[in-house]
Design a protein around this ligand. Structure first.
Ligand code: BGC
Length: 723
């Protein structure tokens, strides 16, 4: 189904269709297949021979798009071959992963999601798009929208967290930011929503492992972010590497054709993941590359990324009758349409001609400081006292600025980021800062316990800079132990035993399981991988220049055995109770997470009061309002996020004990009081029924408004949906 055309745009659209028809009519079979072939460029090309092959492929019309090539000179050289030296002069798509910034690296998505600020989510994508486009890129493989509930999986770092509603709003903001209102603008890039779908549910959190989750979960949890991205006009979709109950997503016609194209009216391009077409053989659903190529094309995968499977297999697939020319043409047409949408035929060199906007560094600092989550603040040691004279900085992440870039920063320079030490030194010129690595991040040394003890004795306060190396999260970075690597615990224990106040910073791409640290440090902050401005952002928060407001978009576990863990659990016949053995709980660890979804402290203290829902009885097609008073009970001005959850008490499919339906931010001065109000359409109470369709059933619904998903932090009222 194509989007309807009308008005002056339809004339232009008519011209485009005619141009594409003409091109299609003129193409040889090899040229058609070439349009579906995305080749890996410089980053993945190991020698001059491969570079020559790439250039020849472009010139011959056997390569229609490239990935991992960036920089104006490189991109334009290839583009020139395509538009000046290939027979039909069709421009190239030039793709790159721009997950959290391009040259200016921003916080990882898991951290940025915790801003809960759609305006900033969109601005960071727009800034990244402008930088990438200035480097010649016209397509990015982002946003990553995998709902992730298992931090053993390293790619949780790239994701917006555990909640489908947040992921859906993230999807819209990111798509808008990358693509803008008109994809022809030279500072915009086509976005790819990935990885459709349920990749986050890999067995035991193990990368690339099988996924066997119910279609109910698929529809209620994993697909909504993709539906939202499509609704926002996302240009491309990438199926996951993984399978879903035995059918690899790269060959999943039911989802790619029936759900994505027919139901969601997606008219864009489906791009396989890296080498995923040929991996259909490993999955055990294709006997050879010809079958693999045919399966993927039939399922609606238009572009084969880096497998060369379409180049090697599609011609024979046609001969064997496994695919039709119409199926092939359909995909070629979609690729050409995207090139038209991007304005590439008219202006193939527009991207790469202008400089990126200068504001990115300021934006990076704002995003980074807003991403920091104050997890605990047991003793009032923060913000740091202005008269502080001697600070100890201990841990492998104190000075290692390169790690701050995180796991996916292909085009960020490791020399650029501000380390924690540099940030604090700039913020505290009158304070002596003694720094000690204590234990190497490479995890191959002896913990320097004596030196730690000595430094702690001399310091007024110690800041522990602990966590993972950047390569320990992201793709192919699943972990089974989520504690601190190697001897980091030993140095932290030595600091905790010293009697000097300890503030711990946790740099990581996932929640870390460190209950012993959380229980004993004076304060603990999740500092993730904050990007290029990491050190300044940390200093802003520690000194109180910025009052923290970041929230967790994942539940933070106490033990690996609790995984997967997430707030939107279905109820049990024997609900979890700490005082009842025959309830849904563990013998050896509480059933609750260390920190609930939505948790994040501030230097201010906010209280919620007077929750009101009106009217108390609603009808289908109507709406209701929810209002709550928020009071800042402290002497510090601050900002917070308030969440709105719903619980459907009785339904034909048991509904989760809480489901997020909204949030709002509020800034309040010292002792100030404000109010928040939501208008919720009754439609928002729909759930996925047994027939996998959105369903609305009358009955009672609890409305919860809170600082987080923790029961002690919520107020609730009940409304009735009448028949
Ligand atoms: C990842 C994708 C990425 C692609 C291209 C793959 O390994 O799974 O997320 O877009 O590589 O870099």
């Amino acid at each position: 189904m194509r989007r309807p055309m009308s008005g002056p745009g339809s004339l232009q659209q008519g011209n485009i269709v005619a141009r594409i028809d003409t091109l299609l009519g003129a193409m040889t079979l090899a040229e058609k297949i070439g349009q579906l072939n995305m080749a890996a460029g410089s980053g993945a090309v190991s020698g001059p021979g491969e570079r020559v092959a790439l250039e020849e492929g472009v010139r011959a019309g056997h390569i229609g798009s490239v990935l991992n090539v960036w920089g104006t000179q490189q991109v334009h050289a290839l583009q020139r071959l395509a538009v000046e030296n290939s027979r039909l002069r069709i421009p190239l798509l030039v793709g790159l992963d721009v997950l959290h910034g391009h040259r200016t690296i921003f916080p990882i998505p898991l951290a940025e999601a915790g801003l809960l600020d759609e305006g900033l989510w969109e601005r960071s994508a727009a800034a990244a798009a402008a930088e990438a486009a200035a480097d010649g890129i016209n397509l990015t493989f982002a946003p990553m929208l995998d709902v992730s509930r298992d931090p053993r999986w390293g790619r949780i770092a790239e994701s917006p967290g555990e909640d489908p509603y947040i992921a859906a709003r993230f999807a819209v903001a990111k798509t808008r930011g990358f693509q803008g209102a008109d994809l022809r603008e030279a500072a915009r890039v086509a976005a790819t929503a990935k990885h459709l779908c349920a990749y986050g549910a890999v067995t035991a959190g193990r990368e690339y492992a099988a996924v066997d989750t119910s279609m109910l979960s698929v529809h209620e949890t994993y697909l909504p972010p993709f539906a939202a991205a499509v609704g926002a006009g996302v240009a491309a979709i990438m199926p996951a590497f993984t399978d879903l109950a035995g059918v690899p997503l790269t060959a999943h016609g039911e989802l790619l054709e029936n759900w994505l194209r027919a139901r969601q009216a997606f008219a864009g391009v489906v791009i396989s993941d890296y080498n995923a077409v040929s991996e259909l053989i490993n999955h055990g659903v294709a006997g050879d590359i010809v079958e693999a190529a045919a399966l993927a094309l039939r399922a609606g995968v238009d572009i084969d990324m880096a497998a060369g499977g379409y180049s090697r297999g599609l011609e024979q697939a046609l001969q064997r009758g496994l695919i039709s020319m119409a199926q092939l043409d359909r995909s070629v047409r979609r690729v050409l349409e995207l090139k038209e949408r991007l304005g590439l035929f008219a202006h193939p060199f527009a991207r790469g001609e202008s400089n990126p906007p200068p504001e990115s560094r300021t934006l990076a600092r704002e995003l980074a400081r807003r991403s920091i989550v104050l997890l605990t603040h047991r003793q009032p040691v923060l913000p740091l006292a202005p008269g502080l004279r001697r600070l100890g900085l201990i841990g492998p992440l104190a000075e290692d600025s390169a790690q701050m870039l995180g796991p996916w920063a292909a085009s960020g320079s490791p020399r650029e980021p501000v380390s924690v030490r540099a940030g604090l030194a700039a913020a505290l010129p009158g304070c002596r800062i003694d720094c000690l690595e204590g234990y190497p991040l490479s995890d191959d040394g002896e913990p320097a316990i004596g030196a730690v003890e000595e430094l702690c004795q001399e310091a007024e306060l110690v800041i522990l800079c602990l966590g993972e190396a950047a390569v320990m999260s992201g793709e192919a970075a699943s972990r089974s132990h989520l504690g601190l690597p190697g001897g980091q615990r030993a140095i932290a224990e030595a600091a905790l035993a010293s009697g000097t106040p300890v503030v711990a910073l946790l740099s990581s791409g996932r929640p870390l399981v460190v209950p012993w640290l959380i229980e004993r440090a004076h304060a603990v902050l999740a500092t993730w991988f904050l990007g290029i401005e990491a050190g300044h952002a940390v200093a802003d928060v520690l000194t109180g220049q910025h009052n923290p407001s970041g929230k967790l978009t994942v539940s933070w576990p106490r033990a690996v055995g609790q995984l997967p863990i997430f707030y939107a659990q279905r109820p049990s016949g024997r609900p979890s109770r700490s005082d009842e053995r025959f309830s849904s709980c563990y013998l050896d660890v509480p059933f609750t997470p260390q920190f609930h979804f939505g948790h994040g402290l501030s230097y201010s203290r906010f209280e919620l009061q007077q929750l009101e829902c009106s009217p108390l009885t609603v009808r289908s097609g109507g709406s209701f309002t929810v209002s709550v008073a928020v009071e800042n009970q402290s002497d510090t001005a601050g900002e917070t996020v308030v969440f709105l959850f719903v619980r459907d008490l009785v339904a034909s499919v048991a509904q989760p004990v809480l489901l997020l339906k909204g949030w709002q931010r509020i800034s309040l001065g010292a002792r100030e009081r404000g109010a928040l109000r939501w208008n919720i359409p009754v439609e928002a109470l729909r759930f996925i029924g047994r027939d996998l369709e959105p369903t609305l059933e009358p009955g009672r619904f609890e409305i919860h408004v809170g600082h987080s998903a923790a029961s002690v932090e919520r107020l609730a009222c009940t409304i009735e949906l009448s028949a």
